[in-house]
Design a protein around this ligand. Structure first.
Ligand code: NAD
Length: 483
């Protein structure tokens, strides 16, 4: 199967392709047409032309209705999208159905509601000299928005940005990850099927440096970049847009902590922790990689987590018994494995995992990895400081609340945290003291799409979600009329 670029609702082939490989067994999935500089330029120009046409004058009600049509069409093509997502990532079908594609539908509906309900501020100004004025803000689209997304939740993260960008009246040029090009391309078909005007949604494929990612972020025709991915890539994109001072919205890496107090409901906590370490094979930016446990319950938590890790079942995505997929690629497998070796060199005791699993012969070409837990590490070790982005966590004891907060906040990252306790006051106190964009209490990955989402420190710039997204994807212009 060939995956093409999409410009003005038409597939665009280029002279150069790269191969897609299944992370499940290493088999060839097809070829992707890599966008050259000319194709990226075509896409940006098409987006600009769309902004200057009827789309640029469309009403909020028209765009909200359009987003709802996209959501309904995604539901009709649900199985196609699940298939594409599972082929590209190897994730279990059950996960793609309940998380990735379900959230794509929810993203379009939620931003249709948000944009339809959102007003802008106005003020009656009364000056000392008796003059009066009406000031009101008008929300204008940013313009041509570059949307650059990673491979871990390809459609979910793409639509989390495309939905609000289109709701606000922008045109987008999307650059999906080179590892997972399929669902963004299927979304182009869906957009065309529900009648998106030419140039409003364009897709360019390729890599970062020296390829579509760089061509897009350095293109003078873009008005802003919304990006999800690694912190180092965010930094490269900032440099790329700096000469033309374009706004950026960045959702970047994490090294998220969970804090478990001895008074927690341990059964619930261990279930939640296991989910937070192993979901999507640990490849969710919100996954927990550091678990701080109050000393009296340390052994119980380690044992419980170890059992849950051992019970995970790797397998083919379509097998209903599969609860653990592979990593995204053998290159990423090597990176994660290098951290497994580093942890041992740093003196970790491996409670469970630590290796590549031995699986049936037909899966040996895949990017499989064992879910892994370590004890015996501290915050001074690289394994506990650097983002691994795999199904692995260090479990570390603490003795009191102050120490727990200090250890959890001792990181350059600041995306998410989870606090497990039945003490109501402590729950609020500690959750609020976490230096992150999102703190959970007695749960994990429970998302409210209207709430602010983003990170501090190396984890990002800006907030998206609900009206926070509207603040990025449109610019408020003040109009002042003397009365
Ligand atoms: P990545 O940064 O390697 O790639 C992300 C995207 O950027 C890809 O499309 C890639 O081709 C493109 N890219 C790479 N270099 C570029 C450049 N110089 N210019 C323009 N584009 C470039 O990230 P990844 O490995 O695909 O994804 C994993 C990372 O994403 C992890 O760090 C994870 O924590 C992070 N992430 C963060 C969130 C969040 O919401 N904060 C969500 C998911 C993933």
């Amino acid at each position: 199967m060939d995956v093409t670029n999409f410009v003005e609702n038409r597939p665009v082939e280029t002279g150069r392709t790269f191969a897609m490989t299944s992370p499940v067994d290493g088999s060839a999935l097809g070829q992707v047409h890599e966008a050259d500089e000319r194709t990226v330029d075509q896409a940006v120009r098409a987006a600009r032309a769309a902004m200057e046409g009827p789309w640029g004058r469309s009403t909020v009600a028209e765009r909200a209705a359009f987003l709802r049509k996209v959501a309904s069409r995604i539901e009709e093509r649900f199985d196609d999208l699940v298939r594409a997502e599972c082929a590209d990532t190897g994730k279990p079908v059950r996960l793609a159905r309940t998380l990735d594609v379900a959230r794509a539908v929810a993203n379009f509906r939620s931003f249709a509601d948000t944009v339809a309900a959102h007003g802008m501020e106005s003020f009656i100004t009364e000056l000392p000299d008796g003059r009066r004025a009406l000031n009101y803000a008008v929300g204008k689209p940013l313009g041509v928005v570059a949307v650059i997304v990673p491979w871990n939740l390809p459609l979910l993260l793409l639509t989390w940005k495309v939905a609000p960008a289109l709701a606000c009246g922008n045109a987008v040029v999307v650059k999906p990850s080179e590892e997972t090009p399929s669902s963004a391309t299927l979304l182009a078909e869906i957009m065309a099927e529900v009648g998106v005007p030419d140039g409003v949604y364009n897709v360019v494929h390729g890599f970062g440096p020296g390829s579509a990612g760089e061509f897009l972020t350095t293109h003078p025709g873009i008005d802003g970049v919304t990006f999800t991915g690694e912190s180092a890539t965010g930094s490269a994109i900032m440099r790329a847009v700096a000469p033309r001072v374009r706004p950026v919205s960045f959702e970047l890496g994490g090294k998220n902590a969970a804090v478990v107090f001895a008074d927690a409901d341990l059964e619930q906590a261990v279930d939640g922790l296991a989910r937070s370490v192993f979901t999507n094979t640990g490849q969710v930016c919100l996954c927990t990689e550091r678990i701080y446990v109050e000393r009296p319950v340390f052994d119980e938590v380690v044992t419980g987590l170890g059992k849950r890790a051992a019970a995970l079942r790797p397998g083919r995505p379509e097998d209903p018994r599969t609860t653990l997929g592979p990593l995204i690629s053998t290159a990423h497998q090597q990176k994660v494995l290098a951290y497994y070796r580093l942890a041992e060199q740093e003196g970790a005791q491996t409670v469970v995992g630590g290796n590549v699993p031995s699986l049936e012969a037909d899966l040996t070409g895949g990017a499989w990895i064992e879910p892994t837990l370590w004890t015996g590490l501290t915050n001074s070790h690289r394994t506990v400081r650097e983002e691994i982005f795999g199904p692995a966590a260090a479990v570390i004891p603490f003795d009191d609340e102050e120490e727990a907060v200090r250890l959890a906040n001792d990181t350059e990252y600041g995306l998410a945290a989870a606090v497990w306790t039945t003490d109501l006051e402590r729950a609020h106190r500690v959750a609020q003291r976490m230096r992150v964009g999102l703190s959970w209490v007695n749960t994990w990955f429970l998302r409210e799409l209207r709430a602010p989402f983003g990170g501090v420190g190396l984890s990002g710039i800006g907030r998206e979600g609900g009206e926070h997204s509207l603040h990025f994807y449109r610019q408020a212009t003040n109009v002042c009329i003397q009365l």
